[in-house]
Every structure is written in structure tokens, then in C-alpha cells.
Ligand binder design. Structure first.
Ligand SMILES: [Fe+2]
Length: 247
């Protein structure tokens, strides 16, 4: 083999020095991933500042808030109508809606307190049910009732050691109940704790136009929602604290 053909063989027929085809003299082998424990820090450090802030927001927003004990002159949470759509024995879930349920994602959280002690009440059961984003319940069609083991947009929860509860759901829709009567978006609660009076109530969302067309809503049961923006979208957060009257 001649010198020129040997050189062509070694370089694969490429012109020596073609941009990007040969490694630079000081190249080193691609690194292994190393210590996975530091991966989060590594990723955070590589993100542009705006992305890093959204990532930090995501963590900050899932921190459990401190809570606000009821004032000395606080009153028990107002009750509200049970309505026709409650079902018994729904499963315990941390999420009210099925996976990927259409609608604006909501995180609702709060604490349950005793009016007598003004302290949180651990082990309080919350029975929660709501309409979907179009204002439909899983059992609102008498002709098509759900199977006995099928529960959509319903769950039970227990408060933790600090009286805290939290769930993910979607913003319920309004529904019409008469010619000029609407139920504005709301979430039903049935709250039970031994030694305290059962509380059947509903939470509502500030600013919904259908609140003018509803005779059942109570101003004390309206909460504010705050929008949270994270890397992969937005959701809304609201706080609904509950105060139970002792028996
Ligand atoms: Fe309802």
C-alpha cells in the first residue's frame, strides 16, 4: 500500500481536519452519570433562571401550609344542603377525580378544628363529592345509574395528625336546576368526627356568575382560588378550613 492510500485508509477517505468529524486533541471519553443523588441539583443548575424558578415554585407550593387557628370569637362552619347526589361508602382516595379528568386542576386543602378547643382535629372523616367540568354527577341520570363499585368524582379522606387534609380534583361545572335557577360550581362535604356534630356543607368559588342565580349559597362558604404556574402547566389552589361544633 502506498503512503497516500495508507493515509486514505486510516482517515476513512475523509479530508483530515474536516470540521466536527474528528475529536479535538484534548477530548475525553463521555462521562458516566455518576452519583444520581446529585442529579436534582445538577438539573436545577443547568436550567435557565426562569425554568429554575418554576421548578422551585413547584416544590414551594406542595409544602404543607402552617394553618391559622380559629380566633376566639370564631363560629362553626355553616352548613349547607345535602342535595340529591350523595352516595354512601365511597372509597378512600387522595384524588377525587379519575386520572386525566378534563378540567382545570384544583388543589383544595385545609384543616379541621374543634370550636371548643380551637385546636386541629386529627382523624376527621371528609366525604367529598362534586360534578364534573360540565356540571354532571355520576348518578344524576335516573335511567343510567353507575355500578355499585363505580364512583366518579367522589372520595373520602381522613385528616392527619395535625388536622390537615388535601386533595387534587378539577374545577366543577355549574348546573341548572330550574328555569332561572342554577347551582354555581361547588364541592360537597360531609364531615364526621366523634364528639362533634356532623357537618354537611359545600364550598364555592369566588366570582362565579351563577352565584346570583342560586338560593342555597352562603357567603361564608366561598373561597378564593390562586393560580400556580409550574414547568408543565398551571393549576389553582384554594384553602377551606372547617370548624366543627362539639356535640
Ligand atoms: Fe351539588
Amino acid at each position: 500500500m502506498s503512503d497516500s492510500s495508507r493515509r486514505e485508509f486510516l482517515t476513512g477517505g475523509l479530508a483530515v481536519g474536516a470540521t466536527g468529524l474528528l475529536l479535538p486533541d484534548l477530548a475525553i471519553a463521555t462521562e458516566t452519570s455518576g452519583d444520581l443523588g446529585s442529579y436534582g441539583d445538577f438539573v436545577a443548575n443547568q436550567r435557565p433562571p426562569a425554568q429554575a424558578e418554576l421548578a422551585a415554585t413547584r416544590l414551594r407550593e406542595i409544602a404543607v401550609p402552617a394553618g391559622q387557628a380559629p380566633a376566639a370569637n370564631a363560629r362553626a362552619t355553616e352548613d349547607n344542603i345535602l342535595g340529591p347526589y350523595h352516595r354512601a361508602n365511597v372509597p378512600f382516595r387522595a384524588k377525587i377525580t379519575p386520572p386525566l379528568e378534563p378540567g382545570t386542576v384544583l388543589v383544595i386543602r385545609g384543616r379541621v378544628y374543634g370550636l371548643d378547643t380551637r385546636r386541629p382535629l386529627p382523624g376527621t372523616m371528609l366525604d367529598i363529592w362534586q360534578a364534573d367540568a360540565r356540571g354532571r354527577y355520576d348518578n344524576d341520570d335516573p335511567q343510567r345509574q353507575p355500578a355499585a363499585n363505580l364512583f366518579v368524582n367522589r372520595a373520602r379522606l381522613m385528616t392527619d395528625e395535625n388536622g390537615y387534609y388535601e386533595y387534587e380534583t378539577i374545577h366543577p361545572g355549574a348546573y341548572q336546576i330550574g328555569p332561572n335557577a342554577w347551582r354555581p360550581p361547588h364541592i360537597h362535604y360531609w364531615v364526621r368526627k366523634q364528639g362533634y356534630r356532623d357537618l354537611v356543607t359545600q364550598l364555592y368559588f369566588r366570582g362565579d356568575p351563577h352565584q346570583r342565580d342560586d338560593q342555597f349559597i352562603r357567603q361564608s362558604l366561598i373561597i378564593d382560588l390562586r393560580e400556580v404556574r409550574i414547568q408543565h402547566g398551571t393549576y389553582k389552589v384554594g384553602t377551606f378550613d372547617i370548624i366543627l361544633a362539639a356535640r
